[in-house]
Ligand binder design. Structure first.
Ligand code: SF4
Length: 732
């Protein structure tokens, strides 16, 4: 078994901390077989950078990994560097298993079965459930990693179930994406600053904990003289490099932007020509922001009035762009509106699709989602978006705007759907109940289904103990699918064979499709053929040729970059000038939101109040460079050496008030649950009145048990991870 030494890994991590390229991480092997070079893509975070990995192998043993230099994204971080530990973790699932004890038993009595038995049992249950309750009662779910989505989409479509949900439709970045769709008419989460960017907004994201290339690009822009405005409650590294750091109270972003917009309007800083020609609803918004004087905005947000004015004036010195890669802005009960408000800042100045501004890049035709190999022809997008099919979705009544904008079902009412008999069977890939508030309710729902299975890397008791069958999924080094996609650049893989009887997640979905439908719809179960099919949608696209070209990155045709495409009709689907909103313009007022009964303007709404007992606002889901907020990290022990359990940040003033010191063990409670145990780090990274944490820790450290399941954003259905009041006290 290949092993990395801790010294070698940490050496590379410290090299990363100094922002130099990654060095080799050498593993050891005793195998006396020929050495060869393989290529893979990292899936160890949800940032979707798909960083390229080059590895050396002897036989089927990977002995070292390093950054794949030809790949446009090759800055492996500590999480990526420790993926070999995950690959060769002795706890991996390597064989299909079925339970032999009744659901609810402490010991499910797992026994190994053949793939043949597993597939036959699953397929028989799928068909019987479909016959008895209808296809939509079979839920398909793609959790983490996100990569098998295209194959699962296809399986659900040909099975005729519209109940397809993902980790993103439960709680990820799609709440922000809705804000982008409402304002811009399409997803657009900004970009790193270009050479022409004069002012850059970092919106509520700790870019230091995001992929290294992004942080590097922002630092380089700063060195070129680009000014940085960071809007983030926390004083992260991204806040410390800012020229102006605005630290609003959690969830008050829409009020802060209203205050900034008022300054810009009053001082005549806005781009009136652009607004008149290319936007909709500005007069309504100008009226709305009128009461948000700097002083009133200070009262709501806690940001000093003078800083609000300073930031507004600085932003007007653009062109400017922004990065809104974060989930956090949308993880509260007014999340989509807070996001929409922040996204109005570039619109007010007309920094749209101009040099140095917010680019509206055109991807290669058809590709709509980074890295997953998702193409309309693969996912059968027309079917998903046809009115008759959409009409059947279970989230239509509760979340009409989400339902209108997204083709993935929101799964957050799963416990209620199971209780009401609407869902009878669950087909999961990468299923983790701990992405939900009050995860035990989701585990209970799985228990109450007629049949449930999941494909996963590891057995996770909370999520899997009530499954009927668990399938071993191959890891990133063992998969052909999907390819990495970076604009016109395509990175295909050259993998090792899966360990044990693990199979690619794409293969599992495709092989099941061959059984419950027709092999010709599922590339005879072969993920390589599926990838080749997708690449053949493009002139010159060919999986096998692209693999022969390795380590070089291959290209597919993509539109030439151009600016101001809204003038030339190159943004709208119908070829007319403008944008893909209902108004055809950039929306201050969204007719689409109003159509479904939501506020047309991105209005401010106060959060759930703090109380005397629960007097701290809880931020649940922060990032660190070695922690992706929701991922279970215990499979990569090097990461555990960097941090071995839940640590929360508490401001020194709050710590002193409570007699809490650095390193103390504390108990956290909320009106909805607890206690949760954590170690305290006393730090000014959080202001007074705030406690931050990462979710993804389990058992008595599981912060999801503190969350209010019922307090969600009514537009996205997303849980309010960044809203709940908590108390904290030193553990006796
Ligand atoms: S940022 Fe790190 S974890 Fe994410 S894909 Fe890149 S190497 Fe992997």
């Amino acid at each position: 078994m290949a092993k990395l030494s801790r010294r070698q890994l940490l050496g590379s991590i410290s090299a990363l901390a100094a922002y130099s390229p990654v060095r080799n991480v050498i593993a050891q092997t005793t195998a006396n077989e020929p050495e060869w070079t393989g290529f893979s893509i990292c899936d160890s975070c949800n940032h979707v950078p798909s960083c390229g990995i080059e590895f050396k192998a002897r036989g089927n043993n990977i002995i070292s990994i390093k950054n794949w230099e030809q790949n446009p994204r090759h800055w492996l971080c500590s999480k990526g560097l420790s993926t070999l530990q995950r690959l060769y973790n002795p706890n991996r699932l390597l064989y299909p298993m079925k339970r032999t004890n009744p659901k609810g038993s402490e010991d499910p009595g797992w026994v190994r079965i053949s793939w043949d038995e597993a597939y036959k049992t699953i397929a028989a249950n799928m068909m019987a459930t479909k016959k008895k309750y209808g296809a939509d009662s079979v839920m398909f779910y793609a959790g983490d990693p996100k990569e098998p989505r295209p194959a699962i989409y296809r399986l659900a479509k040909y099975f005729d179930s519209v109940t397809f949900a993902t980790e993103s439709s439960a709680a990820c970045r799609s709440g922000c994406m809705m804000g982008e769709q409402l304002n811009f008419g399409q997803p657009n989460n900004g970009a790193t600053p270009s050479k022409d960017t004069k002012v850059f907004l970092i919106l509520a994201t700790n870019v230091w904990a995001q992929p290294l290339g992004w942080w590097e690009a922002i630092k380089a822009a700063k060195q070129r003289g680009c000014k940085i405005i960071t809007i983030d409650t926390r004083r992260t590294k991204a806040a410390e490099i800012a020229d102006v750091h605005l630290a609003p109270h959690v969830g008050t972003d829409s009020a802060l932007v209203a205050g900034m917009a008022r300054v810009m309007i009053k001082e005549g800083l806005i781009n009136k020509d652009f607004i008149n020609r290319w936007t909709h609803g500005f007069d309504d918004y100008a009226k709305y922001v009128e009461p948000f004087t700097p002083e009133h905005t200070q009262e709501i947000t806690g940001v000093p009035a003078q800083k609000i004015i300073e930031a507004a004036r600085l932003w007007a010195q653009g062109p400017g762009s922004f990065t809104l890669t974060t989930q956090s802005v949308s993880h509260n009960s007014n999340g989509v509106n807070n996001t929409r408000a922040l996204l109005l800042l570039p619109i007010l100045m007309g920094y749209i699709d101009i040099p140095g501004g917010v680019p509206f890049n055109k991807p290669p035709k058809g590709l709509s989602m980074a890295a997953f190999g998702l193409h309309p022809a693969m996912a059968e997008k027309k079917w998903w978006n046809s009115p008759a099919v959409k009409e059947r979705r279970l989230d239509k009544e509760a979340l009409p705007l989400w339902h209108d904008l997204q083709d993935q079902t929101s799964p957050n009412d799963l416990p209620e759907w199971v209780r009401d008999g609407k869902i009878k069977m669950f087909c999961g890939w990468g299923f983790n109940v701990n992405i939900w508030p009050q995860p035990q309710e989701y585990a209970e729902a799985i228990k109450n289904l007629d049949f449930a299975f999941s494909a996963d890397y590891f057995y996770r008791k909370d999520s899997h103990k009530n499954l009927d069958i668990i399938l071993p999924a191959a890891m990133n080094y063992e998969r052909h699918a999907p390819f990495g996609w970076y604009g016109p650049n395509i990175a295909v893989r050259k993998p090792v064979k899966p360990l044990g009887e693990a199979k690619e997640d794409w293969r599992i979905a495709l092989e099941l499709g061959c059984i419950v439908d027709k092999p010709e719809h599922f590339f005879n179960g072969d993920p390589e053929k599926a990838l080749d099919f997708i690449l053949h949608q493009y002139e010159g696209g060919d999986l096998y040729k692209f693999r022969d070209a390795l380590p070089s990155i291959s290209k597919i045709p993509a539109p030439k970059p151009e600016f101001r495409k809204y003038e030339t009709g190159h943004i709208r689907a119908d070829g007319k000038p403008g944008f893909n909103t209902l108004s055809g313009k950039l929306d201050f007022f969204s007719d689409r939101a109003a159509k479904f009964g939501y506020p047309g303007l991105p209005v401010y709404k106060p959060m759930m109040p703090l109380t005397e007992e629960f007097d701290l606002r809880f931020i649940n889901g922060t990032r660190k460079p070695y922690i992706t907020h929701s991922k279970t990290r215990t499979d990569q022990p090097y990461l555990m050496e960097l941090e071995d359990g839940l640590h929360v940040h508490l401001n020194p003033v709050e710590a002193q008030k409570r007699g809490i010191k650095e390193g103390d063990t504390v108990e956290i409670r909320s009106p909805f649950g607890g206690p949760v145990e954590a170690k305290v780090v006393v730090s000014i990274i959080v202001p007074e009145g705030v406690l931050d944490a990462q979710y993804g820790w389990l058992d008595k450290q599981n912060t999801q048990t503190l969350m209010n399941r019922d307090n969600r954003d009514p537009m996205s259905g997303y849980p309010s991870y960044f809203e709940n009041p908590v108390s904290i006290k030193k553990k006796a």
